[in-house]
Design a protein around this ligand. Structure first.
Ligand code: SF4
Length: 271
């Protein structure tokens, strides 16, 4: 059972340290998608919740009103929705905060909007998205297998639903990209070629690739998920992540580059 709390926030837009992004906006604290590898779990300290990451969502009830005032004052730039939560997690269906924020952006032409999600709910807002001049929407993927997805990202949209959403966006002439991240050793590699082919078929403009980051207090939950898939994976990961010096990620980088070259799919790496 997800714990939902509502709070009042003082700020909506945050200066971003992400390359190419000037500001980010996060309508929620916490994320129901509950990905085992989530690096945003450090946000739990701002929640004052006793629940585990993935089991609570704090709704910034007034964020739209705060945002509407702030956006009038900030310089033009790129804005990421969202960086430490998923703005289209299930609770958004009820609160529609992300929808209202996007609606406001239809009045501005001096911002580049970037949405990154794992939810098909973004399609609900297609009517508004089509009215925003400068917008790009990305979906992230780590695996192609729905069975593994259910274990590692239990409450996100199915892989096939994300691929379908990308197709719908493209058909509606919205710029799309895919984030192949995080690369989960062995698991991402299993269906790598097929996954990249699907993304090519959906005509994403490019893919962004990042490796697994285990410095975010997420190793325990990753380990639990791996054990559910196959006990042996825990040992394999310990070897790859703690004994090797990043060789695995260098090797897979080359493999991804080769496949993307063959598919003529532009790819960029965050590492
Ligand atoms: S969708 Fe993103 S923010 Fe939400 S749990 Fe997964 S990785 Fe974390």
């Amino acid at each position: 059972m997800i714990e939902i709390k509502e709070i009042q926030c003082k700020n909506a837009l945050s200066r971003s340290g992400i390359y190419g992004i000037d500001y980010s906006i996060n309508p929620y604290i916490g994320c129901e998608h509950n990905c085992c590898y989530c690096f945003a779990r450090y946000m739990k300290k701002f929640s004052h919740s006793k629940k585990e990451w993935g089991e609570f969502v704090i709704v910034k009830k007034n964020i739209f009103d705060v945002f509407r005032e702030e956006i009038k004052k900030v310089k033009s730039g790129s804005i990421l929705i969202s960086s430490v939560t998923d703005a289209y997690q299930p609770i958004e269906e009820k609160y529609e905060i992300t929808r209202k924020i996007l609606e406001e952006f239809t009045k501005y032409e001096n911002f580049q909007i970037n949405i990154l999600t794992k939810s098909k709910l973004v399609i609900r807002d297609l009517d508004i998205i089509k009215k925003i001049k400068n917008i790009e929407i990305g979906f992230s993927f780590s695996v192609l297998s729905e069975d593994i997805k259910k274990i590692i990202e239990p409450h996100s949209s199915e892989i096939k639903e994300r691929l379908k959403a990308l197709k719908i966006l493209k058909e509606n002439k919205i710029n799309t990209y895919a984030m192949l991240a995080p690369i989960l050793p062995i698991l991402t590699e299993n269906d790598l070629e097929k996954l990249l082919e699907c993304l090519k078929d959906d005509e994403v403009s490019y893919i962004l690739v990042d490796k697994l980051n285990i410095k975010a207090g997420n190793w325990h939950s990753i380990k639990e998920s791996l054990a559910k898939i196959n006990e042996r994976l825990v040992k394999d990961y310990e070897n790859i992540l703690f004994s090797q010096k990043g060789e695995y990620f260098i090797k897979i980088k080359k493999k991804i580059e080769e496949i993307c070259d063959n598919l003529r799919l532009p790819c960029y790496f965050c590492y």
